[in-house]
Design a protein around this ligand. Structure first.
Ligand SMILES: Nc1ncnc2c1ncn2[C@@H]1O[C@H](COP(=O)(O)OP(=O)(O)OP(=O)(O)O)[C@@H](O)[C@H]1O
Length: 296
């Protein structure tokens, strides 16, 4: 197990940032840690990287307890939310400075420059780099000591669409060799990069799912608005229904479990019951609907 978190809680003043959080990550997985602002993502990452202590519970990285700071820090490469670079330094100088801290060889600097695609910019000062290249410098620094596990706190925040795609591609590439936990509130990011998603809301883990399970899901949600009220029991009689919810006025959200598009059946239902269909739309159960459902 590369990361294992057991019953971690953390409170700041009267704010419970983490409430009995438990999950684990196998070697080689890329896991997206998804949650709205203030959900507790950074707090958990800071505990895993030994920057702060949990109030209770335990966690291991690479089988070392977070109480064993030195071995955990050796096992982890960390890219914090606000990538703290020394802007006045040259890229190579900054990496050499970090290499010295970790006591790694000069040859390794050239390797990480190559690996993170920094070669064309490696002679520049960090403040001359675009935000995307600055993130590459942060990733290169995190990789210097060749850690088993990478912890990336919102690694694509503030990047333009092209840089965003490039950094995601790079993270995916690095993930072929490393275990990665990356936090984000962008669902597309999780879909593009991760094997699994762990969703946190108000300090509590509310979902832990493999992305391919979500992709293969046959759950289908139809939102329909009629011109008049309908008894939910009546809608429940439609084939393959799982749940019926009256979400507003005469608007109903009907969840089906089937591959068949159920919109025609709902349309016919309206016709047979002398109702008019004012709107009808279909969503598949995907990460977005799961996220909205459990964090709203
Ligand atoms: N040092 C601190 N002192 C007081 N409260 C804190 C501290 N650190 C975090 N918190 C609070 O704990 C909660 C969780 O914060 P955290 O930064 O872990 O959330 P997050 O999921 O990373 O959010 P974001 O996506 O906005 O970065 C928030 O309510 C935050 O205000």
């Amino acid at each position: 197990m590369s990361i294992s978190v057991q019953n971690i809680s953390k409170t700041f003043g009267n704010q419970k940032a983490l409430d009995n959080v438990t999950f684990s990550i196998n070697k080689g997985e890329i896991v997206g840690f998804l949650g709205p602002n203030g959900a507790g993502k950074s707090t958990l990452m800071k505990i895993l990287t030994t920057y702060i202590l949990a109030d209770s519970g335990d966690a291991q990285v690479n089988d070392y307890s977070v109480a064993d700071k030195i071995n955990v820090q050796k096992s982890i490469g960390y890219l914090p939310e606000h990538n703290p670079l020394y802007l006045d330094m040259y890229v190579k100088e900054y990496l050499a400075f970090n290499a010295n801290v970790y006591k790694v060889s000069k040859a390794r600097i050239a390797e990480v420059i190559e690996q993170t695609g920094l070669t064309p910019e490696a002679h520049k000062k960090i403040d001359q780099l675009s935000k995307g290249y600055r993130q590459r410098v942060g990733l290169a620094a995190a990789l210097l000591h060749n850690p088993e596990v990478l912890i990336l706190d919102e690694p694509t925040t503030g990047l333009d669409p092209n840089q965003l795609l490039e950094i995601r591609k790079l993270i995916k590439e690095i993930g072929k060799e490393k275990t990665i936990l990356l936090s984000t509130h962008i669902m597309k990011e999780v879909e593009a990069v991760c094997d699994r998603v762990v969703i946190i809301n108000k300090g509590v883990i509310v979902a832990d799912k493999k992305l391919n399970e979500l992709r293969d899901s046959t759950e289908q949600i139809i939102e329909v608005e009629f011109d008049y009220r309908v008894e939910e029991q009546l809608l429940n009689r439609l084939p393959n229904v799982v749940t019926v919810k009256n979400t507003a006025g005469f608007v109903y959200e009907i969840t089906f479990d089937t591959d068949v598009d159920m919109r025609p059946a709902v349309f016919d239902f309206a016709h047979d019951n002398q109702l008019k269909t004012l709107q009808l739309s279909r969503k598949n159960k995907n990460l977005e609907s799961l996220f909205t459902e459990i964090t709203n």
